[in-house]
Design a protein around this ligand. Structure first.
Ligand SMILES: Nc1ncnc2c1ncn2[C@@H]1O[C@H](COP(=O)(O)OP(=O)(O)OP(=O)(O)O)[C@@H](O)[C@H]1O
Ligand SMILES: [Mg+2]
Length: 403
């Protein structure tokens, strides 16, 4: 899993550090902060790293309708984005990936993966890729490789050091759903190896789930909406897939209410999209069925949107048990309130802007006032009780990187 992430010069994330020096990230992270503090930008930052690793950065910019310049911090003259992601894998130990990305070239001009366990290193420098093994052995690739994003996107990492492959697999299997919208989820789709950035391939994704997974999904959905009897998908002409949900209300002929995705409520669509990707593995299942891609790490922006507070305890319990690392952003005290105190202390991160306009991060319950109030109140009650502007001042006063 990812234990820390840092950026220089990516949007408002300049000299930005989440984790690293002060703490390690947990399997579940909840980002809070005022409007404009940088929550969505941070999810985009994670997604940016994922696209670098997949070599799909140009398509990603196009989909977001961004120019390469939009990636840069507009308050700085720098033309290069620097980043660092640190990982911990049970069998491989600590691994760190550093990169320097040049938006004019659309590729990383420097990369470094350091494997702490055996002190091996993978380096891209001056267009040349070298592998230094802890044993002293070195391997060099020929110069002049042609790639976009990370050079690892074009290398068959399965044949390289397992730690390099783990970094590539983890990051390319990260999915930021900061553009998830019910409008997109209502669409019919043809192919769905994932649900799509806005959820636009949800119907095809659900259609491709195994029978056992569909049953698992239905029972999870019934935990939220007990009136649901069936979730059906069907293949239409030309390969389009359609999604329909049957609910227990009956008409005078005892026929249940069958609703097409186009008319389903927003909350149910969002819960369906969240559940479909966070189901625990089926018994004995190692890999997901067929071509379906279950992300290793999922990021949801304003996860509470369209979901009523009564469902929050179930949603939080579900996310805490998810097999993936999860990041959410929220403005919802009700979400925070359902986090056990011990988890909240580690998981809740406050993002704020410093006097230079840069986004900064601090563990919310490390700040003196929230820490004190948590002794008496629940995490969500503390969130309501404190003024986030004042907490920004507390965080600035504690920030060791500021003069
Ligand atoms: N290229 C850039 N360079 C510097 N700052 C930027 C850049 N792009 C956006 N910003 C700043 O980041 C802010 C947007 O931050 P973001 O959308 O991440 O906030 P948020 O915490 O998600 O807010 P909300 O709660 O309203 O969703 C903008 O208002 C702007 O101040
Ligand atoms: Mg936002």
């Amino acid at each position: 899993m990812i234990t820390s992430i840092s950026f220089e010069n990516f949007k408002s994330l300049d000299a930005f550090d989440l984790g690293d020096m002060h703490f390690h990230l947990s399997p579940f992270t909840c980002l809070i902060g005022l409007n404009g503090s940088g929550k969505t930008s941070l999810l985009q930052g994670f997604d940016f790293c994922s696209q670098l690793m997949s070599g799909t950065i140009e398509e990603w910019l196009k989909r977001r309708e961004w120019k390469s310049n939009d990636l840069l911090n507009h308050l700085s003259q720098q033309r290069v984005i620097y980043g660092n992601v640190e990982f911990y894998f049970k069998n491989l130990g600590e691994i760190s990936w550093d990169f320097a990305f040049n938006p004019s070239l659309m590729r990383c001009t420097h990369e470094d993966i350091f494997m702490a366990k055996d002190r091996s290193q993978f380096v891209l420098e001056d267009g040349r890729v070298s592998l230094f093994f802890g044993s002293g052995k070195t391997y060099e690739y020929p110069k002049g490789l042609s790639y976009k994003g990370s050079v690892l996107s074009i290398l068959d990492t399965e044949t390289l050091h397992p730690a390099i492959h783990a970094v590539k697999t983890y990051l390319s299997g990260l999915r930021s759903l900061d553009m998830l919208t019910p409008q997109a989820m209502r669409r019919r789709a043809k192919e769905g190896e994932n649900i799509g950035y806005g959820g636009e391939r949800l119907s095809a994704y659900l259609h491709g789930l195994s029978k056992a997974r569909k049953e698992q999904l239905l029972s999870a959905l019934q935990g939220f909406y007990p009136q649901v009897e069936k979730v059906e998908t069907s293949a239409l002409r030309a390969g389009w897939k359609e999604l329909k949900v049957t609910e227990g209300w009956r008409n005078s002929k005892n026929k249940p209410l069958l609703t097409d995705a186009r008319h389903l409520n927003d909350g149910m669509l969002r819960i369906l999209a969240i559940l479909a990707q966070t189901l625990p593995p089926e018994n004995g299942e190692k890999k997901p069925s067929k071509k379906q891609v279950i992300p290793h790490c999922l990021l949801f922006d304003e996860i509470e949107n369209g979901i009523n507070p009564e469902l929050m305890p179930k949603l939080v319990a579900h996310l805490l048990q998810a097999p993936q690392q999860i990041f959410v952003t929220t403005h919802s005290p009700s979400l925070l309130n359902w986090l056990p105190d011990e988890i909240a202390k580690e998981a809740v991160i406050l993002l704020y802007r410093d006097s230079q306009g840069g986004t900064k991060a601090v563990r919310f319950f490390d700040l003196p006032t929230p820490k004190k109030r948590l002794e008496l109140l629940g995490p969500g009650e503390v969130f309501v009780d404190v003024d986030l502007e004042a907490m920004t001042q507390e965080a600035l006063a504690l920030d060791p990187t500021l003069p």
